[in-house]
Design a protein around this ligand. Sequence first.
Ligand code: NZQ
Ligand code: ZN
Length: 393
Amino acid sequence: MNNFTFYAPTLFAFGDGEEKNTGALVRRFGGSKVLLVYGGGSVKKNGAYDAVTASLNQAGLPYVELSGIQANPRSGKVYEGIELCRKEGVDFLLALGGGSVIDTAKAIGMGVGYDGDFWDFFTGKAPITTSLPVGTVLTISAAGSEGSDSCVITQEAGNLKWGCPKSDAIRPKFSILNPRYTCSLPAYQTASGAVDMLAHICERYFTNTADVALTDRLCEALMRTVVDAAPRAIANPDDYAARADLMWTGMLAHNNSCGVGRDQDWASHQMEHELSAFYDCAHGAGLAVVMPAWMEYVLPHNPMRFAQFAQCVFGCEMDFACPERTAREGVERLRAFFRALGMPTTFAEIGADPKDIPAMVAHRAEKPNGFPFGGFVKIGPDEMEAILRLAAR
Ligand code: NZQ
Ligand code: ZN
């Protein structure tokens, strides 16, 4: 295990009804005027908006609103939010929704006190040192942004879907996780979220660092929980126990509890960001297409690690004479699991065109230090093209 520091100071309030504490938590973390950020309306239909605004009112907290945040959030709403905060004297950002809403709030938080373009934080021109405080009320178990130190925005000028450098300054001060609100998720979004959680764990699990037995076991427990709970949540959307397991798994999958002390990979995420930039697909759906193809491509690098994944996550029997056979079975079981959830696993199913592959590789190259990426196996332009071609079969 490598040396590490782990600092993840987010307060989590978990369970049915916890959103009634929103106002008190905003006050506790120093807020006196709130920007309430939300998406396209799901929170109005499922009651989350009413519950949260009631709590703000009860705490005597004035708020202004920024709504209409799209999935794969765009820079336009970030600029709008920064202006609104300055004009209204907002000192606290409250995100009500999923990763797209939370990431928009995080990006606004970085930008309000900065003289230049908030995108400077993404290009590395300016370091992220401070932010307005962000709190979240989560309504979808997926991206893990409720506990993470990162944020992903699409800059409309250039269609660049980039993550900002990781920074503890943007970790949410608090996150309220009521699984009940996730019961209104359509099956497709529930499944996309499950894929994203699995991907967050795999990006950490496939490592070249030796002696990481504890975090391996944590990763495997989380992955088995997703494999068990996601089909139950899809079969019965009101299954509170399954929703609760998914919600806490989504947080643990990405606040780095499972990633400490080891080199991490993140190649599948880097490639998926090109898919969602080009085709605006759900992030989890893009991952369901690209991650099994990445696995097939890099499996010869360490078949034993893939065989361990197959055994410990899907219960495959170890073929000691040919561990690579077990390893390949694990990848196939993962792909079959995605299909059973109703996820796409091919380019065509997300409306992607193999003809765009060279353009995606070139687009990736525009990112500072765009190549190589990947901690398990280094991925250069040729490797990225080969993996996307596997996904496009
Ligand atoms: O806009 P509304 O109407 O709210 O609908 C949303 C949206 O269409 C809907 N939804 C959310 N909660 C719902 C609901 N529908 C019914 N009932 C509910 N309770 O779900 C759709 C997707 O929402 P979104 O916020 O986009 O989902 P997710 O949490 O998967 O976030 C995806 C974004 O997060 C980024 C992704 O790249 C993508 O842009 N990521 C952020 C990360 C981070 N900051 O740490 C890490 C991730 O790897 C990821 O890259
Ligand atoms: Zn992700």
